[in-house]
Design a protein. Structure first.
Length: 445
């Protein structure tokens, strides 16, 4: 283990301060360390890399309160984890296969305790290599996202299970099986090139897109928004965009989409965690710095002839971000973008979003007609936002009883507490309006 290189004993550090530092390292540095150790010791030692990093973090919690926090905590953890991994691997026959690489790493000239063990560019490349491993197309999308959350973002099995509304045992089994498949297939720990890069990059971008969406609109739990998940997804795409292998228009388009949507996160819920619709949000709380970065990456994505659904979704997000208020939003432009998007992704959900824009431009009756014409509409019956949208359309055409029926169905399907509170309020408002209409002798429909 590394110790502080000081002539006088360092001051003790409160355990709660050490815990905060270690938590930060776990969230933001552990993924880099696991990636580098896995590259050095081989994919067959992936679990070992995770274990030794966890051991080093645990040792830090035990020793730093008494011996002080090193000047470079990350380097301390990395050295401790590397040395422990080396002790284990030396006892295995496979060590001979990796001996040259391991010796090369271990015999580097000694550095000061506060110096980093590996150069930042090497750590970045290793994290990218791990990204391409986690998001290999041979794995199902849900397994890719689970691996990315666990290995690259430092999310625990408990956190992942809550995000995907399943048990910890199911997530643990999913992660174990995914790693086993990758090992058995002898997937190389490397950033692919040539024709393989295009296929693998598409899988990586899709996985990171799903990762961001899970943070932007959580699948369940108390919170609608998991900003930490969104920011991790942004960091990973930024890393990808800075590397020659990922510096492509579609990568910049996805990064633009994430930044523009993340800029609005502070205003998506109120102080009590209640969902706020776009027209109710305080636009002064939108992050103008992120919007500027998003628009810059959207401009970079225009290079060449490449056009993807990420380009179109980012352009839609940009229309919202540059509008000074809800009424000034360029809904006609957004509808044109959705017309293109449905050709890229003819899913019922995209068609539903397009219908919501039509309601804004041409009224609720036109929107209801569009919904009735959606191919595969039956697939939306279990989607709570489908019934919420129908409820809004019916409310807009002064049919509160019909609207209440849709909101009631949506409420039964919603998972997060924030959404359930919002839908409950909308349901109560429509029921009250229907009662008033009936008492006044109207239809109250």
């Amino acid at each position: 283990m590394e110790t502080l290189n000081r002539s006088t004993p360092p001051p003790t550090v409160p355990a709660e301060d050490v815990a905060r530092i270690v938590e930060h390292l776990f969230r933001h540095e552990a993924g880099k360390m696991v990636a580098t150790l896995t590259r050095i010791f081989g994919l067959e030692h992936w679990s070992l890399a995770e274990d030794v990093v966890q051991e080093a973090l645990a040792r830090a919690l035990q020793t730093w309160p008494f011996y002080g926090v090193p000047r470079n905590p990350s380097a301390w953890i990395m050295r401790a984890a590397r040395n422990r991994a080396l002790d284990v691997v030396r006892r295995e026959r496979v060590f001979r296969d990796k001996e040259a690489e391991i010796v090369r790493v271990m015999e580097r000239p000694p550095t000061a305790p506060e110096a980093g063990v590996f150069a930042e560019d090497q750590l970045a490349d290793d994290r990218l290599g791990m990204m391409f491993v986690c998001c290999h197309p041979m794995l199902a999308p849900e397994a890719q996202v689970a691996l990315a959350l666990n290995t690259l973002c430092g999310f625990s099995i408990t956190e992942i299970s809550r995000a995907f509304l399943t048990t910890e045992a199911a997530i643990a089994k999913r992660l174990t099986r995914a790693k086993q498949r990758l090992r058995q297939a002898r997937i190389p720990f490397a950033i692919p090139s040539g024709a393989e890069l295009a296929q693998r990059l598409e899988s990586v971008l899709r996985s990171l897109y799903l990762l961001f969406n899970e943070g932007y609109k959580a699948s369940g739990g108390e919170k609608l928004v998991r900003e930490d998940v969104c920011q991790e997804a942004i960091r990973l795409v930024e890393l990808l965009a800075q590397h020659p292998a990922g510096n492509q228009p579609k990568t910049h388009a996805l990064l633009a989409l994430m930044l523009l949507n993340a800029a609005r996160l502070p205003s998506r819920v109120d102080e009590e965690g209640n969902l706020l619709r776009l027209q109710e949000q305080d636009r002064t709380r939108w992050d103008q710095g992120q919007i500027a970065r998003g628009l810059a990456h959207l401009a970079q994505s225009a290079a060449g002839d490449d056009l993807t659904e990420y380009h179109l979704q980012a352009a839609i997000a940009a229309c919202h971000c540059v509008a000074p208020d809800y009424a000034a939003t360029d809904w006609s432009r957004i509808l044109v973008l959705y017309d293109h998007l449905v050709r890229f992704d003819p899913s019922p959900i995209v068609a539903l979003n397009r219908a919501i824009v039509i309601a804004r431009l041409h009224g609720p009756q036109a929107a209801l007609a569009e919904v009735a014409a959606i191919p595969g509409r039956a697939k939306l019956e279990s989607y709570y936002l489908f019934h919420a949208a129908l409820g809004e359309f019916e409310a807009q055409r002064d049919a509160p009883r019909a609207a209440a029926g849709h909101f009631r169905r949506s409420l039964a399907l919603a998972e997060t507490q924030s959404e359930r509170r919002f839908l409950s309020h909308r349901l109560q408002a429509c029921e009250a309006q229907a009662t008033l209409g009936a008492a006044a002798g109207g239809e109250g429909v």
